[in-house]
Design a protein around this ligand. Structure first.
Ligand SMILES: NC(=O)c1ccc[n+]([C@@H]2O[C@H](COP(=O)([O-])OP(=O)(O)OC[C@H]3O[C@@H](n4cnc5c(N)ncnc54)[C@H](O)[C@@H]3O)[C@@H](O)[C@H]2O)c1
Length: 284
């Protein structure tokens, strides 16, 4: 999709991190912006910043896990700007914990946001994008975790593998009918954002597996690893290039690529996966 000027981009989780960096990048290309996020304060400040930079932007408080919210978001986009052209299903949350200890609410929260959020985004926007016949692009933010499932990160890895699979299936469907709509599956490694502080957006009434003290210890250990990640702006640049050049896979950490090949080779050779624990990395 080469012509972005005055086209409409919808970005879930657009109030911070990768989503906000992408909004800034697409804004500089002249796109009209819709930021959808659950965090009202961050949403207000992001919209203020983008408006001050001269972009046309609206913020819509949205919980991507709720189908009603996503339908309302699609209606708001239609009423304000008309057709959506780029939809970035980016909102995501993360939690760590042993698979057998994680509570049902932990699984539900991560899958509701990371997986159902993407399904809702596709269902809310793609039918009208197809019907319009206009060029468009769906950007789904998966993760390297889709390719490297690691211990104590099962819900997150499962959600991201599912997002990568959905994206591949969608790509086939849209190509098979020659639709002018591209799909990208973005698989970042570590990026310097506030994903390790995902708990800030957790529903108040659900019951996590671990107590606050344990989560605080893990979060503090994770923050150093997170801050050593690449800048979200670098990911935004790669996503923009993928939209323009209609590139499916967006891999942000080339050093991890041999590991992806090695995993595939071990799989067909019948070898068991490598033992790789997220919490070891965070605690060491
Ligand atoms: N940061 C990394 O290292 C990394 C690596 C790979 C993939 N990712 C993925 O990138 C995406 C963006 O995350 P980030 O790293 O920028 O983190 P972030 O926490 O900085 O941003 C996530 C945004 O999603 C919003 N959000 C959370 N729950 C929501 C909900 N239910 N509905 C709507 N919005 C919600 C948050 O308010 C926040 O603005 C996520 O899908 C994440 O899984 C991040």
């Amino acid at each position: 999709m080469r012509d972005l000027k005055e086209r409409v981009a919808v970005i879930t989780g657009g109030a911070s991190g990768i989503g906000l960096a992408l909004a800034e990048r697409l804004g500089r290309e002249g796109m009209h912006l819709v930021l959808a996020d659950i965090e009202q304060q961050a949403l207000d400040s992001a919209c203020g910043r983008l408006t001050a930079a001269g972009h046309r932007v609206i913020g819509v408080r949205t919980d991507v896990a709720r189908w009603d919210d996503m339908q309302a978001l699609a209606a708001k986009v239609h009423d304000t700007f008309g057709q959506a052209h780029v939809v970035c299903n980016n909102a995501g949350v993360s939690i760590l914990g042993p698979t057998w200890d994680l509570a049902i609410d932990d699984w539900r929260w991560v899958l509701d946001v990371n997986l159902w959020g993407v399904i809702h985004g596709i269902k809310a926007f793609l039918p009208s994008m197809r019907a319009s016949g206009q060029p468009g692009h769906i950007v789904n933010i998966a993760s390297l975790a889709a390719m490297f499932p690691i211990g104590t990160h099962a819900p997150y890895c499962a959600s991201k593998a599912a997002v990568a699979s959905i994206s591949e299936a969608l790509h086939s469907e849209l190509r098979a009918e020659n639709a002018p709509i591209g799909v990208s599956a973005v698989c970042p490694g570590m990026v310097d954002t506030r994903i390790h502080l995902s708990w800030r957006n957790r529903p108040q009434d659900d019951r996590p597996w671990s107590d606050r003290e344990q989560m605080t210890a893990w979060r503090d250990a994770a923050s150093e690893v997170q801050e050593a990640g690449i800048r979200p702006e670098a990911v935004a640049d790669l996503i923009l290039a993928a939209i323009r050049d209609d590139r499916f896979w967006v891999l942000t950490h080339p050093a991890a690529n041999p590991g992806i090949v090695e995993r595939a080779r071990m799989l067909v050779d019948g070898q068991p996966p490598r033992v790789w624990m997220a919490d070891q990395a965070f605690r060491s």
